[in-house]
Design a protein around this ligand. Structure first.
Ligand code: AMP
Ligand code: MG
Length: 330
């Protein structure tokens, strides 16, 4: 008996559709690329069935981060932040720089100046990026701290006013987080549903890793290459500030890159702070602030931000965590 030809056609189409979906599922592509940006290694990892779309999205995300670096890096003499440092009184800036500065100034106020985007002169004085960093003279430290603080910068619309011509702005404690947020926004606009962007410990996740959450290992502050804990998360930012990232040692003491604006010396109450929040910019600023404040005041500050969790390793290596942190740990 001859088979009904339309029926055969329908069966063939069904089989082809099934094969396509099965194969499509198995063909979830991973595009993973690293570049040096903002003084660190940035890795973008995208999962998508369309490799070309994923590749184009990764390119666009890197380009966006490079654009933010050009606006906000103090290392670039033409950046808005560098020009702001040289300005006598005020400078009109882009909406991007204004947005970052607005949050930076809010965290400066709410942390009683532990976070301080006006400490650019102090940072330059310590010169940790230089070839032979050393402890500055006490008089130079005192001069670099003069007039800094949460009131030293004021934002009116897109214009930034400096309280003193000598003030130098530094967004190093917050701009990387913003760049990571922007990269994730660009990936999302490109139709990507699953990705991670990691700028040297400032990390944000888009969606889950396929159907499951991402598993994020948090670097142990004293055991190189060891994880302190593993967090399972989707759609959130995880940012770690540590005293092991940029430092030099002298007479058995470690001098690193997060400064206590009250003393002008590296903050010494903790070894690392890991912050979980929806935005990498907020997590970045808070991680730096908590690093300076130490465990007790740090936990109080984080408690003011709903949905934000923190894990602190104090100077003695003891752990302090906010109430919701345990639920994220595996
Ligand atoms: P992070 O790695 O995010 O903790 O940021 C460290 C960077 O933030 C340093 O390299 C400085 O550029 C800047 N920074 C250092 N100390 C402070 C502070 N107390 N408040 C704001 N930014 C800071
Ligand atoms: Mg930070």
């Amino acid at each position: 008996m001859a088979l009904n030809r339309p029926l055969i056609l329908v069966l063939l189409v069904l089989a082809a559709t099934l094969a396509y979906f099965l194969r499509g599922d198995a063909r979830e592509q991973q595009v993973r690329q690293s570049r040096i940006l903002m003084g660190t290694v940035v890795e973008i990892n995208v999962l998508d069935q369309d490799a070309r779309r994923a590749q184009a999205a990764v390119e666009a995300a890197f380009a966006e981060m490079a654009r933010i670096e050009e606006l906000m890096s103090v290392q670039r003499p033409d950046s808005e932040v560098a020009r702001l440092g040289r300005a006598e009184q005020s400078l009109a800036v882009s909406t991007e720089t204004a947005e970052v500065l607005a949050l930076g100034l809010e965290i400066a106020r709410r942390s009683a100046g532990a976070f301080d985007p006006s400490l650019g002169r102090l940072k330059a004085l310590w010169d940790l990026e230089g070839d032979a960093p050393r402890i500055p003279e006490q008089a130079a430290i005192a001069a670099a701290l003069e007039g800094i603080g949460p009131q030293a910068l004021r934002l009116e619309g897109l214009r930034v006013y400096k309280a003193h011509p000598e003030l130098v702005v530094d967004l190093g404690g917050i701009a990387k987080g913003y760049a990571v947020d922007r990269a994730v926004a660009v990936l999302e606009q490109a139709g990507i549903a699953s990705a991670s962007v990691n700028a040297g410990g400032d990390l944000r996740l888009l969606g889950g890793r396929g159907e499951r959450p991402w598993r994020i290992g948090i670097q142990h502050p004293r055991e190189a290459g060891e994880v302190l804990t593993i967090l399972e998360l989707s759609d959130r930012a995880v940012v770690t500030s540590g005293d092991y990232e940029r430092y030099f040692e002298q007479d058995g003491r470690r001098y690193h890159h997060i400064f206590d604006p009250r003393t002008g010396f590296p903050a010494d109450a903790v070894q690392s702070v890991t912050l979980v929040a929806d935005s990498a910019m907020l997590a970045d600023a808070l991680a730096t602030a908590v690093f300076v404040l130490g465990p007790r005041q740090g936990l109080d500050l984080v408690g003011e931000f709903p949905g934000v969790e923190v894990l602190i390793v104090d100077a003695a290596g003891a752990l302090h965590a906010s109430a919701g942190m345990a639920e994220l740990q595996r």
